[in-house]
Design a protein around this ligand. Structure first.
Ligand SMILES: [Zn+2]
Length: 420
């Protein structure tokens, strides 16, 4: 939990400064347009003040960025009417349209300052934090910072930052013999107070430790979808992989302070927590695979959870422009496009093995092979910089919006291997 210093309690909520002219002697503090990055969470500092000067021609909203990175509303900034706000040094203050669309922020300094919202706000820049090739160290630093920015955008920063994992409190409601493996119906805590259902399969003939795969279904999928009709998860379970699957196809938010995509991802990371806790699983050989929304969530899981050793993402590699039309827009959340492209998210997986599959029979407005090749060109440079270009594989298969099973099995076999 964020520590709230007593100084915060004395912060003035009043708008008593409204209308007061900004003293010209105050030094301007820098305006950070949001496209350059998200405001950092506020950290404690000595008392100071900011005099906001909204030089646009419209009313704007003001928010204080709290110690945990979330926002607290502090009223309106009228055009041309400077307003003095008591605060503390290092505090971040976000300015947004009255619609709530964030524009930029200021960070208070120990000296009282002028916070000038410029008259003309720049058109938002998309993909402002694109990966650009440099040194190996720069690539690793870019990945680390980007994971932090994305976790904050997905409102799961507090979850991923925990030193000790939350207890899983696993329970098993049934266990069924499926020939070569046992299929367990289980529940675990995703967050305290929110339990999720999942399927876990464990090979019967296990003597040492096994590789494991998080199997992820697509839109309207359930925890059972990847196993049905001899689906790829059943094939992997029969080949000796421990497999796990939970439903991530919800289109609503469970906890108000979260995001839908953040909750989907966190549930998958909790599946990895469960795998890592099982004695029959080799924690160094955990992979993930999925098609469509499952391919998208495989991208996110591999990008944000470095425990994932090999990733197969099918039916998803594309550019964001394509998904703006003719598709469910659950992929998008505020601030995402301003930061990155899908290529950049996939680039967080490097140098770990990644296979992307796209079908030559994909619908012309969906995840076509030419679009996938364009996106692939954006992923390849970081694999080269990190010295593992061979770990990035692309399969343009003869099918449609499906997984090509033989190349999936070969890929996982090569990188995760058999039981040891
Ligand atoms: Zn959707």
């Amino acid at each position: 939990m964020a520590r709230i210093p007593s100084i915060l309690l004395s912060l003035s909520l009043s708008l008593s400064g409204q209308g007061k002219a900004a003293p010209q002697s105050l030094e301007p503090v820098p305006w950070h347009p949001l496209a350059t990055g998200l405001p950092p969470a506020t950290i404690p500092g000595p008392p100071t003040s900011l005099t906001f000067d909204n030089q646009t021609t419209r009313t704007l909203k003001l928010f204080w960025v709290k110690y945990n990175g979330t926002l607290k509303a502090y009223g309106l900034l009228q055009a041309g009417a400077p307003r003095e706000q008591q605060t503390t040094a290092n505090s971040c203050w976000m300015v947004a349209e009255t619609s709530g669309k964030p524009l930029g922020y200021f960070q208070a300094t120990p000296r009282p300052g002028r916070a000038i919202v410029p008259a003309r706000l720049p058109v938002p820049v998309l993909r402002s934090r694109k990966y650009t090739p440099g040194t190996r160290q720069e690539a690793i630093l870019w990945q680390k910072n980007m994971r932090g920015s994305l976790a904050r955008l997905m409102k799961m920063e507090d979850l991923v930052a925990q030193d000790t994992p939350l207890p899983l409190n696993p329970t098993t409601s049934s266990s069924e013999d499926r020939g070569k493996f046992i299929l367990h119906e289980m529940e675990i805590d995703s967050t305290p107070g929110n339990r999720i259902k999942l399927v876990l399969t464990v090979p019967k003939a296990v003597t040492g430790t096994c590789p494991a795969v998080v199997a992820i279904a697509g839109h309207s999928g359930t925890r059972h979808s990847c196993y049905q009709d001899r689906g790829f998860a059943t094939l992997l379970a029969e080949k000796g992989y421990v497999t796990i699957s939970t439903r991530i196809s919800q289109h609503s938010v469970r906890e108000q302070q979260r995001t839908m995509m953040g909750e989907r991802l966190w549930d998958l990371m909790r599946c990895v927590d469960l795998l890592a806790s099982r004695r029959e699983v080799d924690p160094a050989r955990i992979g993930c695979a999925g098609n469509s929304l499952g391919g998208e969530m495989a991208m996110w899981l591999a990008a944000m959870d470095e425990r994932i050793a090999a990733t197969m993402s099918a039916g998803f590699l594309t550019r964001m422009d394509q998904l703006e039309e003719n598709h469910c827009r659950c992929w998008k959340f505020p601030g995402l496009r301003e930061l990155v492209e899908f290529s950049d998210i996939y680039a967080l997986t490097a140098p770990r093995p990644l296979m992307c599959q796209n079908g030559l029979q994909e619908r012309p407005t969906w995840f076509t092979v030419p679009l996938a090749r364009e996106a692939l060109a954006g992923i390849r440079p970081i694999y080269e910089v990190l010295g593992a270009p061979e770990n990035l594989e692309f399969v343009a298969h003869e099918g449609g919006h499906v997984i090509q099973i033989p190349s999936l099995l070969a890929f996982l076999g090569k990188h995760l291997g058999p039981e040891q």
